[in-house]
Design a binder for this molecule. Structure first.
Ligand SMILES: C[S@@+](CC[C@H](N)C(=O)[O-])C[C@H]1O[C@@H](n2cnc3c(N)ncnc32)[C@H](O)[C@@H]1O
Length: 216
């Protein structure tokens, strides 16, 4: 596919800036608790407070939500909690070498309810494979949604992958209501765990139009 050179230049610049930001934030090999779509930060700030020995990073694409998250973190005086403005796939590709994922949290991701938009959902085979490339055996992925169709799609997808398996017995380490959880009449949760199967190396961020938050 041919892309407009200005569009490509903007993307290249944005990704270079993200790489530099992450290299400064994570200068040595570290294992992160990563929250994808951290929203207003309610969950991650509480989590970082409960587990001071864990380095927690939340990413979101909406700056205002990140600013609010940062204020919560500062009020709690946490040194182990960071918020970064980034698209999740770009963040993953921009992580410095040696940085790994010890936990992955995806709470109430945009459900993209229309069938023709399902391709925009964050939890897809290609992305899970890319996550597997940074996650050691046993790394848990915690997923919670109020969208029954999205939940079923992930329940059906995981067993088709060699790098992840569902773990119905895994505990949910911390309950903390998020903004979208508070609005949900009901929700479902699952834990998937990284298997020992080697991941296929993948770069997930082919040029695409700048992402936006999905409709609810
Ligand atoms: C429905 S909200 C849920 C926020 C929070 N987890 C909660 O439960 O309140 C989904 C969040 O994911 C963010 N988001 C959507 N697509 C994203 C992407 N590709 N990368 C990073 N964040 C994304 C949105 O900006 C939004 O804040």
């Amino acid at each position: 596919m041919a892309y407009n050179p200005e569009f490509l230049a903007r993307i290249t610049e944005r990704r270079a800036a993200l790489r530099a930001e992450l290299a400064a934030l994570l200068p040595s090999a570290q294992a992160l608790v990563w929250e994808i779509g951290s929203g207003h930060g309610h969950f991650l700030v509480q989590y970082a407070q409960a587990f001071p020995g864990k380095l927690c990073v939340g990413v979101d694409i909406i700056l205002d939500r990140l600013n609010r998250s940062g204020k919560k973190r500062d009020r709690a005086r946490l040194a182990n909690c960071h918020f970064v403005q980034a698209e999740a796939r770009e963040f993953l590709d921009a992580l410095p070498p040696g940085v790994t994922l010890r936990e992955i949290w995806v709470l109430f991701p945009d459900p993209w309810p229309k069938k023709r938009h399902h391709k925009n959902r964050i939890l897809q085979a290609e992305f899970l494979e890319a996550l597997a490339g940074r996650a050691g055996e046993g790394t848990p992925l915690y997923f919670r949604t109020d969208h029954a169709g999205y939940f079923t799609a992930v329940v059906e997808l995981i067993p088709t992958l060699k790098t992840w398996q569902l773990d119905p017995t895994a505990p949910w380490p911390l309950e903390q209501e998020t903004v979208f959880q508070a609005r949900a009449p009901a929700y479902q949760s699952l834990v998937a765990v990284r298997t020992s199967h080697p991941a296929t190396p993948a770069e997930t961020t082919a040029p695409r139009p700048p992402p936006r938050a999905g409709p609810r």
